[in-house]
Design a protein around this ligand. Sequence first.
Ligand code: FAD
Length: 348
Amino acid sequence: MDRPTTGMVTTDAVVIGAGPVGLFQVFQLGLQGIAAHVIDALPHPGGQCVELYADKPIYDIPAVPVCTGRELTERLLQQIAPFKTPLHLQQEVVALQRQPNQRFRVTTASGQVFDCATVFIAAGVGAFAPRRVALDGLNALENRQVHYHAIATERLTGQAVVVMGGDAAALEDALALAQAGTCASVTLLHRIDKFRVEPALEQALRTALAQGQLQLVIGQPTELECEGEHLTALEIATDDGSARLPLDALLPRLGLSPKLGPVADWGLAMERKQLCVSTETFATSEPGIFAVGDINTYPGKRKLIVCGFHEATLAAFAAAAVVRPEERVLLQYTTSSPRLHALLGVAS
Ligand SMILES: Cc1cc2nc3c(=O)[nH]c(=O)nc-3n(C[C@H](O)[C@H](O)[C@H](O)COP(=O)(O)OP(=O)(O)OC[C@H]3O[C@@H](n4cnc5c(N)ncnc54)[C@H](O)[C@@H]3O)c2cc1C
């Protein structure tokens, strides 16, 4: 992952969104010999696949009978590896402007600026923002002891972990950690003893509780207890007073609210919060700016990954004509083209 850098990045293409469609866009651009940089507001690639259903199976990816959201993302990252595309994570794109020389200027919230010939908006349903816990001092602990986004189980080994929330994401994360058996303890913290989940998931929780794999605390956190800059416990308001909950890590799972945010401010033609595109090129109303995946709309649009893959393929062909207007854009096969083999770094 690229850290926010200073200075301007100059590139052929910027892809906004590292969801499955943004990642496949990079692959198709690579086959066209178009260098790209990818920017995503999340701390990891995969978009909805990792943020909303990382460990659930997907059955409708061509030639992949079944894989999880995380596995699909890993395969897409493997597929784009030959192009060594920089991923700029945890950076929200806030501005997109055409420059007098007709190129584009893309700016992130951290102030990183990209100068590019083409832009691919693969922003899905918008940048995911986790609902925050309103407790004084908690923000400063984010990504150290407070993790709003998916985190690898190994990073929590030996820790007392508190998962907070009452919907499927909270219960699934708490159960997965409890079943991994690598944390010192796992506690599910929820304001009431009722959960907004399928009966089977609630049953799995009740069974794990009965077996002592994790504990349930009902209450609302009111205060942090810290030693220096280290969070050591939460003060909890409970029905019968208060309690102290010691912890090393807090995983709030209070839901995500996708915010379309700045995409709506870029002056592009939209219909019901989606970008209107041509189905030949997936260009938006602004030449040089393409929109692929869940963010776009056209007659017959279906929000499916396979549809986004098709859109990304045609958009890359159209972009080649923008980046290299003097060249004819030919269709070549990855099975037989020495040029594509060279781009992919495989022997002819
Ligand atoms: C529970 C569930 C199950 C699903 N199952 C299937 C299935 O089985 N098969 C299938 O085909 N589809 C399935 N889908 C739909 C599928 O996940 C979406 O169609 C797909 O994720 C769209 O990919 P995308 O790359 O267009 O957008 P997303 O996956 O939404 O990724 C967009 C990315 O853009 C980023 N972003 C947005 N705005 C900005 C900004 N301003 N700056 C920086 N980054 C930004 C976001 O953070 C996000 O990571 C499912 C969806 C859900 C919710």
